[in-house]
Design a protein around this ligand. Structure first.
Ligand code: S3P
Length: 173
């Protein structure tokens, strides 16, 4: 079976939902941020501070190049994975792309919960989130095969919706 890639803005719950979906479907999961942290022995924000965003993006693309060669994986992508054309092509060619969406209010509430995200350091305002989101939104939408909103839904509801839509998609290709 093709890989399932989860994409979407920071805070939409890509990691949580992809873990749940991987448990239900009994498939192996790779969370790109966690995998990079494991390999580098550093937190994402430390990689950003010590080596910069460009270096992080390079690691991210190398990892995607490697894992997209495999099949039957659930892959939770960092929110910026879609920024490079090369990454978008790898995802499109090797899997089904699931976009999780949420309103800015929901994202704002969720990213406020921790300080792990380097791109929001000192800038956790709705205006900043809205500006970033509107730049990325067309890219997310263009790439997605399936779109699921997380607003006012539980983890179980979202996961079931994703699985149903993935199955429908598989039956139509
Ligand atoms: C990023 C999102 C983060 C992480 C890094 C950059 C982005 O992942 O990869 O901080 O550019 O949107 P999450 O989407 O899991 O927060």
């Amino acid at each position: 079976m093709k890989n399932i890639y989860f994409i979407g803005f920071m805070g939409v719950g890509k990691s949580t939902i992809s873990y749940r979906v991987s448990r239900i479907l009994k498939k192996k999961i790779i969370d790109t941020d966690r995998e990079l942290e494991k390999r580098q022995g550093k937190a994402i924000h430390e990689i950003f501070t010590e080596k910069g965003e460009l270096y992080f993006r390079k690691l991210e693309s190398e990892l995607l190049r490697e894992i997209s060669q495999q099949t039957d994986l659930i892959i939770s992508c960092g929110g910026g994975m879609i920024l490079k054309e090369e990454n978008r092509k790898l995802m499109k060619d090797s899997g089904i792309v699931v976009l999780l969406t949420a309103t800015i209010n929901t994202i704002y509430r969720r990213v406020a919960l921790n300080d792990r995200r380097p791109l929001l350091k000192g800038k956790k305002t709705k205006a900043h989130l809205r500006a970033m989101y509107s730049k990325r939104e067309p890219i997310y939408k263009e790439l997605a095969d399936i779109e699921v909103s997380i607003n006012r839904k539980t983890v179980s509801m979202i996961s079931e919706e994703v699985i149903t839509k993935v199955k429908e998609k598989e039956n139509h290709v």
